[in-house]
Write a protein of this length. Sequence first.
Length: 372
Amino acid sequence: MRNSPDPAELNAAIEKVHRAGMPGLFAEVRDGDQLWHGAAGAADTATGRPVTAGMRHRVGSVTKTFTAAAVLQQVEQGAIDLDGPIGRYLPGPVPGRRGAAITVRMLLNHTSGLAEYLPYAYPSLKAFPVLADTGPESLDDNRFTRFDPAELIEVGVTAPPVGTPGGSPGVYSNTNYLLLGELLRQVTGTTAERYITRNVIDRAALTATAFPAGPHIEGPHARLYESWFGMIDPPRDYSVYDMSWVGPAAALISTVTDLNRFYRALLAGEIVGHASLAEMRRTVPVFSQEGKIIEYGLGLHPMDPPGPDAFWGHGGTVWGAGALSMTRADGERQMTVAVNAQRWNRLDATGRPRPHPIDAALADFYRLALYG
């Protein structure tokens, strides 16, 4: 039996994350008809301008749930076969045997074996995930680069594979979701961004969620501070950035209120049908970008082991920004948190991120928000 979180305790917990070193963060926690909004810290460390709970924010890979829902809509309409080969739809980008072996489902749950394109598109990250051998230079070099998704896909598809199609565990890769964006374009005749806006964002009645039209975040927002594991010191603001490097994989801008509304509608069967939702919650083990094995469905993953009381949602990071949105299976308890710093952990002698007080403080806030 979970208890309702106490607003005073939530206020104290979010302030604790700020005191641990997070420049600014804001959140919305919902328990039935009880709603709490909180914020702590600065949107701009130079001026002291405070964060507020209504700010728009880059939400990173939370975008993947929106893209997955759009694909499942097309599955429901018969335009896409969930277990059909991607080569049937995109023989150019994924030709030959791989195109025949990799299914749409494998792209959605990261079991395609396709490599991550990011270390190839960003040369200073070439050694990723060996963090000690990476550097932040490419982040600045590509601030206003307009990437062609077809070129990024080609890089990911032609790179050495990280597994066999359908193999377990899978390996998380943004290449999968750029391909899903191209799949949506192929079957709908419009861009993935336009289709998702019309059929997912608008269907959920989200008023502050959109793909960016340019490098700027429109409306009130925080500066976004990237540290790249202590290699950028002091942390640098990346709130102005061209997001074509991730597109339908991680480019969305939203608010904590909109994300809670979206996941509530999704888990209620209002975005895709209940049969599709059941497919989204069928999980497989996947190596995350942090090198941990997580359970991952179709653009959706649980906070707890899958079950009737599990929390489902997605997390996301881009340069300087992070978000996590989780909703209990019954839709009654929800939490969305946004933070305006990323990769605050410095590396130890082995090149692994050291624990930081922010990590523990965030974990405490999540437990309080979700379990009371």
